[in-house]
Ligand binder design. Structure first.
Ligand SMILES: [Zn+2]
Length: 334
């Protein structure tokens, strides 16, 4: 749902994992809890990002990993509320154009980004660290734990080019732990250059379950070249937004129809309000009304969260529950 703040509306964006089925038992992954949520300032505006965690719902499966969206991870870095595009831009301004801290702050402020000189300094220090660190040493422990728990790493690769003509900052991450493994500035995004940054990660020798990235041709070719046998998956959003259009339209109609049918609850609400006694039945009825009200407020983010389908599923579970409740009531009278 969108946050209602008239002075400074921030759009909420929910991300779901690119992996939809359990790699161990192939059961469907279902929502468990948000992995993280934070407001991120990007060159395209400010967004509240919620990375939703999913896990295998099969009781007989021993996979307890909580999966998260690689695309959401790519937007920023741990403990930082600025987008990767802002960080890459600051790095470029500082190290290529040799701008001062104050100049960078002014440039970003002009782009509607709220940032102080101190934050600029922090971010270009972080950028420099990102590019020169030998990441393997720092992350060894984390990666070993991921391998132990889930049989292998899931890698994502994403390129950020804040301004045309600048170098592109490529970042490779391990998705299950949300860890940055490598970052490089590349002048060309040819697949040969990308092979040069992916290969060293493969050479670390950890088992790899899969790669996730957007559909960029050169990334795909590079992955095919260095790891031909490792499954490759697109970021869901890039992939779904075009093919999902007819589905989204049908879903919208479904939602409108269900909402029409639920309009009668205002009458029930009135009856409860006018009821002189505060009986247990009134209380139960008003709980159900609240549940239905929450359904009416349901909203989704097509294409990966279809609001109509969600409204249908929730309405159905409320209906089942009411029927069960009425059955019980019938029993108690016999
Ligand atoms: Zn499973």
């Amino acid at each position: 749902m969108r946050t209602k703040n008239r002075l400074n509306p921030v759009e909420s964006i929910y991300y779901t994992p690119e992996i939809t089925h359990c790699p161990k038992c192939e059961g469907k992954l279902t929502y468990c809890h948000p992995v993280w949520r934070k407001t991120i300032s990007t060159l395209k505006g400010e967004f509240k990002v919620i990375n939703l965690g999913y896990r295998c719902e099969n009781n007989s499966c021993d996979n307890h990993i909580v999966y998260r969206s690689a695309e959401a991870e790519q937007l920023s870095m741990k403990h930082i509320t600025y987008g990767m595009d802002v960080i890459a831009h600051i790095g470029h301004l500082r190290f290529k154009e040799h701008k001062t801290r104050l100049e960078i702050t002014d440039i970003l402020t002009e782009k509607q980004i709220k940032i102080s000189e101190r934050q600029v300094q922090k971010l270009y220090e972080r950028y420099a660290l990102l590019l020169r660190s030998s990441v393997e040493e720092n992350t060894k422990e984390i990666l070993e734990k991921v391998v132990e728990e889930s049989d292998g790493l899931i890698l994502s690769i994403d390129g950020v080019q804040p301004e045309k003509g600048n170098e592109t900052l490529y970042v490779i991450r391990e998705v299950l732990s949300g860890t940055v493994l490598a970052a490089h500035n590349l002048k060309s995004s040819a697949s040969q250059e990308l092979v040069g940054i992916i290969q060293p990660i493969i050479n670390w020798g950890y088992p790899i379950q899969g790669f996730i990235s957007d559909g960029q041709q050169s990334i795909r070719l590079a992955i095919e070249k260095v790891a031909p046998n490792i499954p490759y998956q697109y970021c869901q959003f890039h992939y779904f937004k075009d093919i999902a259009k007819p589905l989204v339209e049908k879903d919208r109609k479904l939602k409108t129809n269900i909402k029409k049918k639920l309009r009668g609850i205002r009458d029930i609400e009135r009856k409860i309000e006018e009821s002189p006694s505060e009986s247990l039945e009134d209380e139960i009825a008003s709980d159900y009304v609240a549940a239905i009200r929450s359904v009416l407020l349901e909203d989704g983010k097509p294409p990966f969260e279809l609001p109509g389908t969600r409204v249908y599923e929730r309405t159905k579970s409320i209906k089942d529950s009411i029927e069960k409740c009425l059955d019980k009531k019938g029993d108690s009278f016999t």
